[in-house]
Design a protein around this ligand. Structure first.
Ligand code: ADP
Ligand code: MG
Length: 679
């Protein structure tokens, strides 16, 4: 089939580069031109096709210039109104001509009318369409007619070329109750008249189910292949020895929750295996992921290997360092600290310890995987708040620890919960552990929404809370466009609050402070020396000060849901009843109003994430993670959860028993998009 260069250019705009792309360009919806309704009996409120003779035609000027034609059959009369029309159409639609109209009939300005129906001249007794008419997504200058014709032609071409042979074995087609691939495409591009148009429109028809299944299967196949490739590499087998870990647990002032224990067991099992673990530990803010990471590190250390824990910000890395120091020093474990802003000599000493193996645990920021860093024997790398790191950074850390033919185990932690269906799709190349309960004794956080002009009430509350010996965070507005402006706002707020609360000690942290200054302020806040801490969103992740029980967030309407959830998670960490006040400026945009409603009504991170996904769609939701992963075109993350689960099982079966078909399937659906940046 030859296609002109001009048309090819337009096809490219639709992402169509070859015959297969063209065949997978599926209809948005269908029009039913296989039936004719009598004008008088045609149902209202749905698209119908009617036919009649034009009895009158006239250009009227009111309410605006338009062409109005009366069309009549034996059963009744309907008015066609064309608001935009060519002069030539006045003649085409002259009285006496017979027309076929497709559109919705409603009771309008001129009685029963159809506004801008699809209209064409026919002769009496002209045959009806034999198939439903597909309507394709298209682009300027490419008509439905041309596009439809190209697709129909290639459907027959392709048959000859064997492009559409099935990539699923017969047994699997049967097992999952599917229909053939070629049959599906035939049906979707050229549905026979007996097909229910509703199931086609709703995409529940078996032909659609098969296409969606195939799309999801391709996604699962490529993920599972990465998963298997990783398992074919080797890693140190770090069997649990229960020496250090038991010692550690015995000294802990509390018991692990059931969910923490389960996660530990899963991780412990992975570490003992001779291939690299790639596990994602998901747990809501405050669910206690750090201890789980510490136990994993101990398992590596008791096997004579090093462990590294990396955090995305200096504040968080420093906090981890201090905490792990108090946990590990009594066990005679040497903990090293590495950050970008460290003094040269100190850094040198740390690097030497890492290289010699003297340092058993290394805590730090992304400085950990910079060039001059070498490990003696890295067995485990933990990445906290993994979604904050870019794909490149995670890859760098993995390569860093690789020695000879062994790669270290990797544990990623995230407090950004991912809804289940999304996680099945996008984390199918990882093993996932979930901590789904909070430690006991936490009192729930009460969230309040307060308009920005009611600052006085908030001031009074802060006074009250601090008098009771508790502490307060004041989070300054996020100003995305300008860091300088954000800094300025933070300093202004700090000064204002210092003046108001002259009897309190007020502190300030923001991104421009040196690491030492930041850590110093955080330490003073933690010790209770500072009562009111003014902060930018640098405190967003991980910061743990259990005695802080009130948080005020200014201009909450500017922040995203996961950011608000993370920030709010800084309070409610102790047994005190905690409050989070969200201040907002009016007027609120529609989306901002929805976001504030969600964060106000829910505290469960998974539920917030689910609603966030609905609000934003998977592309934006996944952010950096999804770079390189093609989004789904046909299947729907929420609605097709059952198909996702089926595709996951099918992917493993296909890889095991029909590897050649698996390859063929991936080539068909992903083509050159298979080179994912997966780490
Ligand atoms: P996150 O999952 O947000 O990283 P952290 O690891 O910072 O949470 O833990 C939050 C707080 O809960 C810490 O102060 C930690 O010591 C405490 N914690 C963790 N596990 C338990 C538990 N099982 N019982 C009581 N407190 C716990
Ligand atoms: Mg944490």
């Amino acid at each position: 089939m030859t296609i002109s260069a001009a048309i090819q250019k337009k096809l490219l705009r639709l992402g169509i580069r070859n015959t297969l792309d063209l065949l997978l360009h599926l209809p948005l919806r269908y029009e039913d031109e296989t039936h004719l309704f009598p004008i008088g009996d045609a149902p209202h409120g749905q698209t119908v096709q009617v036919e009649g003779v034009i009895v009158h035609n006239e250009v009227v000027l009111r309410p605006r210039r338009q062409l109005v034609c009366q069309i009549k059959d034996n059963s009744g009369m309907v008015t066609m109104r064309l608001l935009n029309f060519y002069a030539s159409q006045i003649k085409t639609y002259a009285a006496g001509n017979r027309v076929r109209l497709l559109g919705e009939i409603r009771n309008g300005f001129f009685g029963m009318e159809m506004v801008h129906p699809k209209c064409r001249i026919v002769h009496e007794g002209e045959a009806l369409s034999e198939a439903m008419t597909p309507v394709y997504p298209t682009t300027a200058g490419l008509t439905q007619k041309i596009l439809g014709k190209l697709i129909r032609q290639s459907l027959h071409d392709a048959q000859a070329q064997q492009l559409l042979t099935d990539t699923l074995p017969e047994s699997m087609i049967e097992q999952y109750g599917l229909i053939g691939f070629q049959q599906s495409l035939m049906c979707l591009h050229h549905p026979p008249p007996e097909v229910s148009i509703e199931t086609l429109q709703a995409r529940t028809h078996p032909a659609w189910q098969r296409i969606k299944f195939d799309e999801l299967l391709a996604q699962q196949l490529s993920m599972r292949m990465h998963y298997r490739q990783r398992r074919s590499r080797s890693a140190p087998a770090l069997a649990p020895k229960h020496r250090l870990t038991q010692h550690f647990l015995d000294r802990l002032p509390f018991a692990l929750t059931a969910a923490q224990r389960k996660a530990c067991t899963e991780i412990g099992r992975d570490l003992a295996a001779p291939f690299p673990m790639q596990r994602l530990l998901q747990g809501d803010v405050g669910s206690g992921k750090t201890i789980v990471a510490a136990l994993a590190a101990l398992q590596a250390i008791e096997n004579g290997f090093q462990a590294a824990i990396m955090a995305p910000t200096e504040i968080l890395a420093e906090q981890h360092y201090r905490k792990l120091l108090t946990w590990f020093e009594p066990l005679q474990i040497r903990v090293a600290w590495l950050s970008g802003s460290q003094k040269k000599a100190h850094k040198r000493a740390m690097l030497d310890e890492m290289a010699s193996g003297a340092a058993q645990l290394i805590v730090g920021t992304h400085a950990i995987f910079q060039e001059q860093v070498t490990f003696h024997r890295l067995g485990l790398a933990v990445i906290d708040e993994q979604h904050r790191f870019g794909v490149q950074q995670r890859l760098a850390l993995r390569l860093k620890g690789a020695q000879l033919d062994q790669v270290p185990h990797q544990l990623m932690m995230s407090a950004t919960p991912i809804p289940r269906t999304l996680s099945m799709s996008y984390f199918a190349d990882l093993d996932v552990s979930v901590i789904d309960e909070l430690p006991p004794g936490r009192s729930p956080i009460v969230t309040k929404l307060i308009a920005g002009n009611r600052r006085d009430e908030i001031v009074a509350r802060i006074q009250h809370v601090c008098q009771e010996g508790k502490q307060v965070y004041w989070v300054c507005p996020l100003i995305e466009k300008s860091e300088t402006l954000q800094l300025q706002t933070a300093m202004d707020t700090y000064e204002t609050l210092c003046a108001i609360f002259s009897e309190l000690t007020v502190g300030l942290v923001h991104g421009r402070l040196s690491a030492t200054e930041k850590n110093d302020t955080m330490a003073r806040f933690k010790q209770g020396e500072i009562q009111l801490l003014v902060a930018t969103t640098v405190i967003e992740v991980g910061v743990d000060v259990p005695s802080a029980s009130l948080m005020v967030i200014e201009n909450a309407e500017r922040m995203g849901l996961s950011q608000l959830h993370q920030l709010r998670g800084r309070v409610g960490r102790g047994s005190e009843a905690s409050i989070c006040i969200l201040m907002f400026q009016q007027p609120l945009s529609e989306v901002a109003r929805k976001r504030l409603k969600i964060i106000f009504e829910h505290t469960d991170g998974f539920e917030i994430a689910r609603q966030d996904l609905q609000l934003r769609g998977p592309g934006e939701f996944l952010g950096a993670r999804q770079s390189g992963i093609p989004m789904l075109r046909f299947a729907d993350q929420e609605q097709d959860g059952d198909l996702i689960a089926a595709a996951q099982t099918a992917a493993d079966a296909l890889l095991d028993d029909y590897p050649a078909l698996a390859q063929q399937h991936i080539a068909r659906w992903l083509g050159d998009k298979t080179e994912y940046l997966r780490v």
